[in-house]
Design a protein around this ligand. Structure first.
Ligand code: NCD
Length: 318
């Protein structure tokens, strides 16, 4: 994926993964996001970087925040946005995704924001696109690069840097594209330690995360960390887990106040949403003073603005 997203002249052509994107590019995206955020918060006009551009949201899986956030990001920079209705479209009449893409490209669509349950669908469409750019809004358990960017931005806001941080990612790592993009981004920006914690059935193969610590012990995992990223139990992807019990899961792997106290006193609590309160996170922690969950949501819009502007803006950067 990482070769496909870079053009021959080294320009960023698509955004499919943070894996291999490199520190300088990721930092440039974060800086751009922070700069657009300052303008927005000061009430200053945003540059119309996406004027006359058309962004198509192609979501083949449920989404609240990612789809809305891409839409607001694109509109606030002056783009037209089409929320493609899959159920009422020719895809349901048997048209291939490639033909759907070509049809919309013929209408001068400039960007496709793609979410799909199968790994590799955004990359497949990127390989097929003639002129349009593709942004991966989450494919299978593989990558969710804009979530990675907004998580890095939120971490950097609170900690001033990513270098040297100790970060715990807890829960259903195996099925999580968020965990993968977070790990790619944290690695690229020099995090000191990435600890992954979850039940055996929900941990990935150790070989995939050779530079991370894997554990089934949440208390030990949280000891002294700077940030905790809790993940949703993906009920729709774990039907094969017989006997999964929510109360038992919370007792072993849920983040409550007692456990949070093991982290550094200035540790932040993150969650990409949607949350299962009382399953992976206690409600009082989700709403507590250390939680930055709604800041993540707010940052999502600026991270997506930066991504869209980098790929499509008049001032394209390398
Ligand atoms: C996640 C997703 O769909 O990848 N949510 C999100 O985009 N913020 C995580 C999840 O579904 O649990």
């Amino acid at each position: 994926m990482s070769e496909l997203q870079t053009a021959e002249d080294a320009r960023l052509r698509h955004l499919l993964t943070l894996d291999g994107l490199g520190r300088a590019r990721i930092e440039a995206l974060l800086d751009h996001a922070a700069q657009l955020r300052s303008l927005w918060r000061a009430g200053a006009p945003l540059p119309a970087l996406l004027d006359r551009r058309t962004v198509v949201n192609l979501f083949f899986e449920a989404s609240t925040r990612t789809r809305t956030s891409f839409e607001l990001a694109a509109r606030r920079l002056g783009a037209d946005v089409v929320n493609f209705d899959i159920s009422g479209s020719s895809t349901s009449k048997g048209e291939t995704l490639e033909d759907t893409l070509a049809t919309l490209e013929a209408m001068d669509a400039d960007a496709f924001v793609v979410r799909h349950k199968e790994n590799g669908t955004p990359a497949r469409l990127a390989a097929h696109a003639r002129r349009a750019v593709v942004l991966n809004a989450g494919d299978g358990n593989q990558a969710h690069p804009t979530q990675g960017l907004l998580d890095l931005l939120t971490l950097r806001d609170h900690k001033g840097r990513i270098d040297g941080l100790r970060v715990a990612i807890c829960g259903d790592i195996r099925h999580s594209r968020v965990a993968r993009s977070d790990v790619h981004g944290l690695r690229a920006l020099g995090a000191a330690e990435i600890r992954l914690c979850g039940p055996a059935a929900l941990l990935p193969d150790a070989a995939e995360f050779a530079d991370c610590t894997l554990s089934h012990d949440l208390d030990a995992t949280l000891e002294g960390v700077d940030a905790i990223i809790m993940l949703r139990i993906q009920k729709e992807r774990i039907e094969h887990l017989p006997g999964f019990d929510e109360t038992e899961y919370f007792a072993r792997f849920g983040l409550d106040r007692r456990r949070l106290a093991r982290a550094r006193s200035d540790a932040i609590v993150m969650h990409p949403g949607p949350m299962n309160r009382g399953i992976e996170i206690a409600a009082d922690v989700a709403d507590g003073a250390q939680s930055v969950i709604l800041e993540q949501v707010a940052n999502g819009i600026f991270a997506r603005m930066a991504a869209l502007a980098t790929l499509l803006g008049r001032e394209r950067n390398g």
